[in-house]
Write a protein that binds this ligand. Structure first.
Ligand SMILES: [Zn+2]
Length: 330
């Protein structure tokens, strides 16, 4: 994920899209259940997704399922762009989305990076709509190139949230299309810069710019590092005010005023290539979870499954679901 802007900044990327038709969920249940079981055995009960509120309290969003999706990803091991493990994850994400009835589009592209030319892939689940206009929900799914880094929170958490959102949304045609987007190559291969980072989001934004689709984007909602315990999201200061207000207002209405704080934070992330093209964006990210400093396990091998809270995933998912409802009625 992401970089606190006061340390640095950047950008790159690809596309995909997808549409969906209604289909009952459940195809991935067996695999997920066994993953959840393994997860709870390996990290203990309190930290194995057991802190998830019942799904009916979070708009149908199942925090336990989202947590199991994080555990599944961690099970693939380190997943940097171009690795065999990320290839397995790509296949898994596509299979999951298809099992939910999503129309899945992929964009495979090559990126020239400081460690050589890498094959990358953006994956999009496209929920059909009745009116012109696209709402994008996004995450990255690659993990930082670092030994023993399994990226449970970065980017397992937000990828788990987006998979669960796809399970709920792919069967629901709305006013506008919803593109649930999984970016490759957010992480820098060496040092975060405009040229080395955000390969997937740069690719997609550039492609949508060329196709003329950029003006159709009503809103771009990004999640990144959302499994923190407890979560404390700050208003990302480069993001678009009305959209931040909409998401934060929704969160407060749902009773999450102690999670979505009225403090600000500046972060470079996958929303930047879209912000540059005047797309309304918001980035929900927790990078300053501890007083006076960054998240202590960020970009270290300590970013393991025990750091991820199913309750945090559920809160994030609930707020995204309700924010999409708001946007659909605008
Ligand atoms: Zn990161």
């Amino acid at each position: 994920m992401a970089f606190p802007s006061r340390l640095l900044t950047v950008l790159v990327c690809a596309v995909v899209l997808a549409g969906c038709k209604a289909k009952a969920d459940g195809s991935g249940d067996a695999a997920l259940t066994s993953t959840a079981a393994v997860a709870s055995q390996s990290v203990g009960s309190k930290q194995g997704g057991d802190d998830a509120p019942p799904a009916e309290k979070t708009g149908g969003f199942d925090g336990k399922r989202a947590f199991a999706q994080v555990a599944k990803q961690v099970g693939f091991g380190p997943r940097p762009s171009g690795s065999a493990a990320i290839g397995q994850l790509q296949e898994y994400i596509q299979n999951e989305l298809t099992s939910y009835g999503c129309k899945v589009d992929t964009d495979s592209f090559t990126a020239d990076t400081p460690v050589g030319r890498l094959l990358m892939k953006n994956i999009v689940a496209n929920v059909l709509g009745d009116k012109p206009g696209i709402i994008i929900l996004a995450t990255h799914y690659d993990t930082k190139l670092m030994q023993n880094f399994v990226g449970a929170d970065d980017a397992g958490s937000s990828t788990g949230v987006m998979l669960e959102l796809a399970r709920l949304l792919c069967s629901k045609r709305g006013a506008y299309q919803v593109w649930i987007t999984f970016f490759d190559g957010e992480e820098a291969m060496k040092e975060w810069s405009d040229a080395d980072s955000r390969y997937g989001s740069r690719q997609m934004a550039a492609k949508m710019g060329m196709s003329g689709d950029i003006p159709k984007i009503k809103a771009f909602l990004l999640a990144d590092i959302v499994g923190t315990r407890p979560p404390r999201f700050k208003r990302e200061s480069d993001s678009t005010n009305w959209l931040v207000d909409l998401v934060w207002g929704t969160a407060k209405r749902l009773g999450y005023g102690d999670v979505f704080l009225d403090k600000s934070l500046e972060v470079s992330d996958d929303h930047d290539p879209f912000l540059k093209r005047k797309v309304p964006c918001v980035d929900v990210i927790d990078l300053e979870n501890y007083p006076g400093g960054n998240l202590y396990y960020w970009h270290t091998p300590e970013d393991t499954l025990d750091k991820v809270s199913a309750r945090s995933l559920a809160i994030t998912g609930h707020v995204f679901l309700e924010s999409v409802k708001q946007l659909q009625s605008k």
